[in-house]
Each structure stands twice: as structure tokens, then as C-alpha cells.
Design a protein around this ligand. Structure first.
Ligand SMILES: Nc1ncnc2c1ncn2[C@@H]1O[C@H](COP(=O)(O)OP(=O)(O)OP(=O)(O)O)[C@@H](O)[C@H]1O
Ligand SMILES: [Mg+2]
Length: 377
């Protein structure tokens, strides 16, 4: 009798363990897929479904080679795992096919001792991780600028208006040749003032937020751009009209999108780009969550806004410092556009992702939407 009880309880325990394993696999935010010896998808978790953009049911009918071209390095990785029966990792892989478009992926393949030829493949999207790293880095950078901005405003602006006033007085009283010099002083004073004004935007002020319709913001910026700096660029708009409002400061959001569209326009009109084009897109993207600084709570960022251009891509040497102030590759650039974007998005509790290669550069903002708690305020 006791034997039966023990056997039954052992059976129950092992079932519970299997259920646990399935639940853990499902909840794991990392794409995990089990491939059989023919690279058929034997089992995938939810993150893998999202990553591959296909349901587990459809994946059951395809092989990895149906999703990726045969020369993709991931096949070499899988073969090596089968041959060496060891775990192998590969970094910075690109998964490019009409269906998949993933860059900077880290893939890890492991053999399954009880299933010869099967490979457990774990993928990790490094760009999201990198964007998070950057977020932390540039918050610090923006903070150091905010202190500097305050000093600049105090120490530079006041004497500057004195210099400008004096130059204006001179303009009225000197001869033609010297007037030119006086004008030069005035113009340069204006230029410094404009720079200081831009720096002041980095100051630490609490932001006033309301429910903002993101599509109105995008429309506004597109119109601004098309009547000015982006007059000869084709715009494409891919909006999801069902999106809820974002919880944001409208003016600051306009500034963010304007800076991104300006960069996109400057990139797309570089030499060698035959048909300059900017795509503005919005949509839902589930699974983006960030920690709220100073608490253990996490915030959902279900909405994205993307600004894409077909320019030559971000120069390699700029990439690691993209969001830092004064980093620029342009002769007339200040390198403040993206630093301010990062600061504002950070203040809103949002996140930025960047994906860039020749012919396709995308900046993707993840923003919080209005919650019931916000609406009650
Ligand atoms: N869409 C893009 N395509 C290619 N490179 C880009 C793009 N956006 C930004 N960059 C690169 O990042 C650098 C920094 O951009 P940022 O907007 O901060 O400064 P800037 O455009 O150079 O000057 P500012 O915005 O202050 O006028 C740019 O100089 C450029 O090299
Ligand atoms: Mg810029």
C-alpha cells in the first residue's frame, strides 16, 4: 500500500516538475527553440514565437532553413554543436531574410544528450540590451550637461547681452568698414546665445504631462519638415490609428521627433542617396518594460514611434557615443540633437533603440501610455 502511495506521489511530483519546466520556459523572456536533426522546430517558447514572428503551430510545419538563407552563419553554429557536442555561442549575428530582420543577435546552441542531433538554440537581441546600456550612460552624460547649462546661462548670457548691445551701438556710429566688424560681433554673440539657449533645455525641470495624441505630434513635425528642411524628401506614414494617447509633454515630444526627423533628413539627402525617404511609423510592441529609477516597480512601454531613413547609416566611430552631447560628424552640427532626445525620453521614462546599417537607419522610441492612475490626476 505504502509502495503505491509513494509511486503515485512520485508521479505527481514529476508531473509538477514538468509543468514547472513548461511554465518557466514560457515565461522566459529569451527566445528558446529546440531543433530536431533536420532543423525542424520541435518546441519553441513564447519569446521565440515573437522573435520569429510566427506562432508555435505554424513553426511546427517549417524548418529553420525555410526562414533563413542557407549561408547564414547560424547553420554553421548548429552544425558545430552537432559535431562537437558542446555548447557554442556566436555574437553579432545578422538574421536577414524577407521574413526576418534582426541585427546584432547573440545565438547559443547546445546539444541535448538524450536526443542525438537535436540542438537547443537560444537567441538574444543584443540591440535592446545595448540600448539599455546607452540609456544608463547618457542619463549620466545629460546630467553633467545640465549642471554646465546652468553655469553657462549664468556666466555667459548676461555679459553676452552687454557685448551684443555694445556692438549694436557701434554699428550705428562707425564707418562702413568698421560696421562690418561690429556686425560680426553681433552675429557671433547671437550664435553663442542660440547655443546657450539649446543647452538650457538640459536643465532639470519637472515636466508637465498630459494625454498626447502621438499622431498629431508626428503630423505637426512632418508638416514643419516638409515646409522647411525636408522639402524634397518623400515621407511615408505607417500609423496604427488604434493607439491610446501617450503620457507626455507635447512640446518636448515635438522637439524629440523634430530632432530625429532632422537627422533623418540630413542623412537621406547625403550624396549617393537616389530617392531620399523618411518613414514615420507607430504601433504596439509588447514586452518592452523598464525599471522605474529609485523603485522596484517596472513600467510597461507598449507603444513605439519610429523614424526611419534610407541614408548611409550612422558612422561607425560615432556609434558608441551616439547620445552623448557634442558628438557629431557634421561640419555645422553641434551634436546636441540626440543628447536632448535621450534626455527628454529618459525624463518621460521611455527608451530608445537604434538599428542602423547602410540604406536603413531606424530610431525607435518606446513610450508609456496614459494609465488610469495618470488620468485621475
Ligand atoms: N539618421 C541618421 N543617420 C546617420 N547618422 C546619424 C543619424 N542620426 C544621427 N546620426 C549621427 O549622429 C550624430 C549626432 O547626432 P545629433 O543629432 O546628436 O547631432 P548633429 O545632428 O550632428 O547636430 P545637431 O543636432 O546638434 O544640429 C550625427 O552627427 C550623425 O553622425
Ligand atoms: Mg541632429
Amino acid at each position: 500500500m505504502t509502495g503505491v502511495v509513494t509511486r503515485a506521489s512520485r508521479l505527481l511530483a514529476s508531473r509538477a516538475r514538468a509543468a514547472d519546466a513548461t511554465a518557466i520556459l514560457g515565461a522566459l523572456p529569451v527566445p528558446v527553440m529546440l531543433l530536431d536533426p533536420d532543423n525542424r522546430f520541435r518546441n519553441v517558447n513564447q519569446a521565440a514565437e515573437q522573435f520569429l514572428g510566427m506562432s508555435a503551430a505554424s513553426l511546427a510545419h517549417v524548418r529553420l532553413q525555410d526562414l533563413l538563407p542557407p549561408d547564414n552563419p547560424v547553420f554553421m553554429l548548429i552544425e558545430q554543436v552537432r559535431k562537437t557536442e558542446a555548447t557554442i555561442s556566436d555574437h553579432d549575428l545578422n538574421l536577414d531574410s524577407p521574413r526576418l530582420r534582426k541585427r546584432g543577435i547573440t545565438a547559443q546552441g547546445s546539444p541535448l544528450p538524450e536526443e542525438p542531433g537535436a540542438v537547443l538554440l537560444v537567441m538574444q537581441d543584443a540591440s535592446a540590451a545595448r540600448a539599455l546600456d546607452r540609456q544608463i550612460a547618457f542619463r549620466g552624460a545629460a546630467r553633467s550637461v545640465s549642471g554646465m547649462a546652468a553655469i553657462l546661462a549664468h556666466e555667459v548670457k548676461n555679459p553676452l547681452s552687454g557685448i551684443r548691445g555694445a556692438a549694436q551701438l557701434l554699428e550705428a556710429s562707425v564707418g562702413a568698414a568698421d560696421r562690418e566688424l561690429a556686425e560680426l560681433i553681433r552675429d557671433e554673440a547671437d550664435r553663442i546665445r542660440a547655443l546657450v539657449d539649446r543647452m538650457e533645455a538640459f536643465g532639470e525641470k519637472p515636466i508637465a504631462r498630459t494625454a498626447v495624441n502621438i499622431h498629431r505630434v508626428l503630423e505637426h513635425v512632418r508638416r514643419l519638415a516638409q515646409t522647411g528642411f525636408a522639402a524634397h524628401i518623400r515621407f511615408q506614414e505607417l500609423y496604427d490609428p488604434s493607439l491610446p494617447p501617450v503620457w507626455a509633454n507635447r512640446d518636448q515630444l515635438i522637439q524629440v521627433v523634430l530632432n530625429l526627423v532632422k537627422n533623418a533628413a540630413e542623412a537621406a539627402t547625403q550624396e549617393g542617396v537616389a530617392h531620399p525617404e523618411i518613414t514615420l511609423a507607430t504601433g504596439f510592441q509588447h514586452g518592452m518594460r523598464v525599471a522605474i529609477p529609485g523603485s522596484t516597480a517596472r513600467m510597461d512601454l507598449p507603444l513605439f514611434v519610429s523614424v526611419r531613413d534610407n541614408g548611409p547609416g550612422i558612422p561607425e566611430d560615432i556609434r558608441p557615443h551616439l547620445f552623448e552631447p557634442f558628438v557629431t560628424s557634421k561640419s555645422t552640427g553641434k551634436g546636441l540633437g540626440l543628447a536632448l532626445v535621450a534626455k527628454i525620453v529618459g525624463d518621460h521614462g521611455g527608451l530608445i533603440e537604434v538599428d542602423s546599417r547602410p540604406g536603413r537607419t531606424e530610431f525607435r522610441l518606446h513610450l508609456p501610455v496614459v494609465t488610469e492612475k495618470d488620468a485621475d490626476q
